[in-house]
Write a protein that binds this ligand. Structure first.
Ligand SMILES: CC[C@H](O)CC(=O)C(=O)O
Ligand SMILES: [Mn+2]
Length: 341
């Protein structure tokens, strides 16, 4: 495979953060310990641990965590000899207070996440993370929903605040390979920092999209083992590793250890198998935030609706992360219209 970068590929395993949505934020410290230890032993570069909606996400709006995320971060740091523990922070949900606490517990990287058009709200947290001696990356969510020049403009803002990498984050799993190619290629031509890619597998193209991103020069890549991430999950880490190996790309992570982790530790933890269900498919198709899936299913059960109709309407209204309350409003409206018909 011809790559447009000579920098090494660094993987971030997101199952202990993006997978928190799937687990309804009920991870136990024991589960985090086991998964983090196995990832560290397999040679994973970064392991992200936080509430699914990032630091400070444990609220009624997003779902309360069973165990305080600081305890989970501390547990992961203790379980790791070599891997760096990372955290996600969405400004407004997480604050500088939580960021400092996570750093004090040993988190070495923060990914500051904003909607793709709102990079300006990341300045304070990126600056602070750098001052605290952490690595700081920008994470532009719902990247399918903005034109390429907008994405580039916003990524450049994050770079100007001190971000050392910026991610194209396909939160809805809606991007197609040619759209990933144009986004990564445009960023490569405009930025001096590394480019990352975070996929969701709602349209079954996460691995393919990730390969395109790598070809175009992305060097920071996300995956979730056994697809333990919101919606249909992310790029399945162990599958990506096998594919990269076939392509002759050694990223220094043990494929068999990752397969064993997937099979023996993660699969038994899952509330249901991570597959492309009608719910996750509709999210990729309609361009909806993957983390909205369970909220929409709950609202559908409550109002006697098909969750797909709620998700499609949410997609039309271009809801962004943090607007989970809109799901209930939409469900109530749809139920009212149904009664009137
Ligand atoms: C709600 C935060 C979200 O899960 C972050 C993320 O992983 C994404 O946008 O894909
Ligand atoms: Mn995600």
């Amino acid at each position: 495979m011809k790559r447009n970068s000579d920098k090494p590929i660094k993987l971030t395993e997101v199952c202990l953060r993006d997978g928190s949505h799937v687990m309804k934020h009920q991870f136990t410290a024991e589960q985090v310990w086991k998964v983090a230890k196995a990832l560290d032993e397999a040679g994973m570069h970064y392991i992200e641990v936080s509430h699914g909606d990032g630091l400070g996400g444990s609220t009624l709006q997003y779902g309360r965590s069973l165990v305080d995320e600081m305890k989970l971060i501390e547990t992961a740091v203790e379980a790791c000899k070599l891997s760096t523990v990372a955290v996600l922070l969405i400004p407004g949900i997480g604050t500088v207070h939580e960021l400092k606490k996570a750093r004090d517990l040993g988190a070495g990287l923060v990914r500051v996440a904003t909607h793709v058009t709102e990079a300006d709200i990341s300045a304070q947290h990126i600056h602070l993370a750098r001052e605290l001696g952490m690595e700081a990356f920008g994470f532009l969510m719902m990247a399918h929903s903005a034109p390429v020049d907008k994405l580039v403009e916003q990524a450049r803002l994050m770079e100007s605040y001190g971000a050392q990498a910026v991610y194209v984050t396909d939160s809805a799993g809606a991007l197609l390979p040619h759209e990933v190619r144009e986004r990564i290629s445009a960023l490569r031509q405009s930025l001096d920092i590394e480019i990352g890619f975070h996929a969701h597998n709602n349209l079954s193209v996460a691995v393919a999209n990730t390969l395109v991103a790598i070809e175009e020069g992305a060097t920071r890549i996300d995956g979730s083992v056994r697809c333990l991430g919101a919606g249909a999950g992310n790029t399945q880490t162990e599958v990506l590793l096998a594919v990269l190996d076939r392509l002759g790309l050694d990223v220094g992570i043990d494929l068999y250890k990752m397969q064993d982790l997937a099979e023996e530790i993660v699969a038994p933890m899952l509330p249901r198998p991570q597959e492309i269900s009608k719910g996750s498919l509709v999210m990729g198709h309609a361009g909806v935030y993957s983390s909205f899936l369970l909220h929409a299913e709950r609202a559908a059960a409550r109002f006697g609706l098909d969750s797909r109709n709620i998700l499609v309407e949410i997609g039309k209204r271009k809801a962004v992360g943090g607007q989970e309350d809109m799901i209930l409003d939409v469900a109530a409206e749809l139920a009212k219209t149904k009664q009137e018909v």
